[in-house]
Design a protein around this ligand. Structure first.
Ligand SMILES: NC(=O)c1ccc[n+]([C@@H]2O[C@H](COP(=O)([O-])OP(=O)(O)OC[C@H]3O[C@@H](n4cnc5c(N)ncnc54)[C@H](O)[C@@H]3O)[C@@H](O)[C@H]2O)c1
Length: 426
């Protein structure tokens, strides 16, 4: 994604949508309709994305005209919390470490909390943040197992009742091309969607080996992209973006999944390297989902939808079956960088008390990915109802261990490296 370029057209369109004249953008310390435009923010999980999200938040605050201050940060590792805190002027006594540091952050008088740890901690941290009455930005995915996804859905409802804003890091929902696609599909430009395919195929991510004397908890946190118990596997951690787009464009989550997958090259952890899954969206609509993390293989990150009148790519281009390219409707964004735009939308929702709440969308995309993963791991047909509704299903209480709370209670045991699931074995 091009994060450098914000076209003048998009910028002006976005400002117009915000009701702001371009020459009069207030940058600091302003008030609008009695709402204070000073806001405080805190970050839980000071890694690559977390520190990026805090920068994006600050950039969005400038665009919207909010005077923002970071007041607390937390990370398992003290040095990461301190480095991030220093960068944003957070006093050392409010740079918390350890597995309970998030609780200290939530005790602070802070308006907005950014959640960017590995996904396994998200349900615990999100529920605690909502309980503490904070507005939330949370990175995707938001769980690694069905009980975790349902916990996020429940906390999302609680947030709605409290009037809190919740924005998820599924940034395509804040990206101009995708917003145009969604609008065009709603307006019927390609007719009804009857099928499609989605892909996140690329190279391997980074991995870490265990240091001599390192305990399992810290090894798991450092090497989270290799363990399903921490990441949900890459179908959940990465491909969730594409599943989210399919859910959005079709207008509902899938009803069942059947699929394949395997492990070929990975050195640590227990994840698969590739998945190929049929997602059944009901009404005879099927989406072929494929994802792979293997170096030197054919790659591509995209979504394609087949409609009764034409075809659409998730991020923009559409055409009818006679080859005519369709003109997409205009949408308003303040930033051409969707990583910034998601925080613009977060701040505007808070300022206007608009109650933007993306918890259900991101939880449904996450649960869809968990359903697809479970189908591939077990070799079974897995239904949405198994994950979301049927308490008598074997999959309903499928809980990965160690659970988030276990890390706070004491030592945990990491799953063995290089022992993946075997389909057909109960
Ligand atoms: N939307 C996107 O495009 C995008 C891109 C990258 C990552 N992500 C997501 O962002 C999240 C973080 O990814 P990352 O790349 O920054 O990983 P990372 O390993 O760089 O950072 C995670 C940080 O969280 C800390 N942490 C882990 N558990 C914690 C806990 N219980 N309490 C406090 N701190 C804890 C770790 O020590 C680490 O510093 C993941 O969910 C990932 O899927 C999203």
């Amino acid at each position: 994604m091009d994060t450098k370029h914000v076209s003048r057209r998009n910028f002006i369109k976005g400002l117009t949508a915000l009701g702001v004249a371009a020459q009069a953008i207030p940058l600091v310390n302003v008030r609008a309709q009695g709402v204070s435009k000073k806001m405080t923010v805190a970050l839980i999980g000071c890694g690559g994305r977390g520190t990026g999200a805090l920068d994006n938040f600050m950039a969005a605050a400038k665009l919207v005209g909010v005077e923002a201050a970071a007041v607390a940060v937390a990370d398992v590792f003290k040095d990461r919390a301190l480095n991030c805190g220093r960068r944003h002027g957070v006093p050392e006594e409010r740079c918390f470490d350890g597995f309970s540091g998030y609780q200290k952050v939530l005790e602070q008088p802070v308006d907005i909390v950014l959640l960017a740890t590995s996904p396994n901690f998200r349900p615990l941290h999100f529920a605690a943040a909502v309980q503490a009455g904070k507005h939330v930005f949370m990175e995707k995915p938001v769980a690694v197992d069905p009980p975790g996804a349902r916990r996020v859905m429940a906390a999302g409802e609680e947030a709605r009742k409290k009037g809190l804003t919740v924005v998820a890091g599924t940034q395509r929902r804040h990206q101009e091309g995708y917003l145009q696609s969604a609008k065009a599909i709603r307006e019927g430009l390609i007719g009804n969607i009857v099928g499609g395919r989605i892909s996140w195929c690329g190279g391997a991510l980074w991995f870490k080996t265990k240091d001599p004397g390192e305990d399992d908890a810290h090894y798991l946190v450092r090497n989270w992209t290799s363990f399903t118990e921490m990441s949900g596997d890459h179908i959940c951690e990465q491909h969730v973006h594409n599943i989210d787009i399919a859910n959005w464009m079709i207008g509902r989550p899938p009803v069942s999944a059947v699929g394949f997958g395997g492990r070929a090259r990975r050195k640590t952890g227990d994840q698969f390297d590739f998945f190929s899954v049929d997602l059944d969206y009901g009404n005879d609509v099927h989406i072929h989902s494929m994802c792979r993390q293997i170096n030197d293989t054919y790659g591509g990150v995209w979504e394609e939808f087949v409609g009764t009148k034409g075809t659409a790519w998730g991020g923009g281009a559409m055409k009818t079956y006679d080859g005519t390219r369709l003109t997409l409707p205009d949408v308003a964004v303040a930033s051409g960088d969707p990583y910034i735009q998601e925080h613009v939308d977060l701040l505007n929702s808070i300022l206007k008390n608009a109650g933007l709440n993306e918890a259900q969308n991101v939880a449904q995309a996450t649960l869809g990915a968990i359903m697809a993963r479970t189908a591939a791991y077990t070799g079974q047909l897995v239904r949405w109802s198994d994950m979301a509704e049927r308490k008598d299903s074997n999959f309903y209480n499928l809980t990965l261990a160690p659970a988030a709370e276990d890390f706070e209670k004491g030592p945990v045991t990491a799953p063995p490296d290089d022992v993946p699931s075997v389909p057909g074995h109960a």
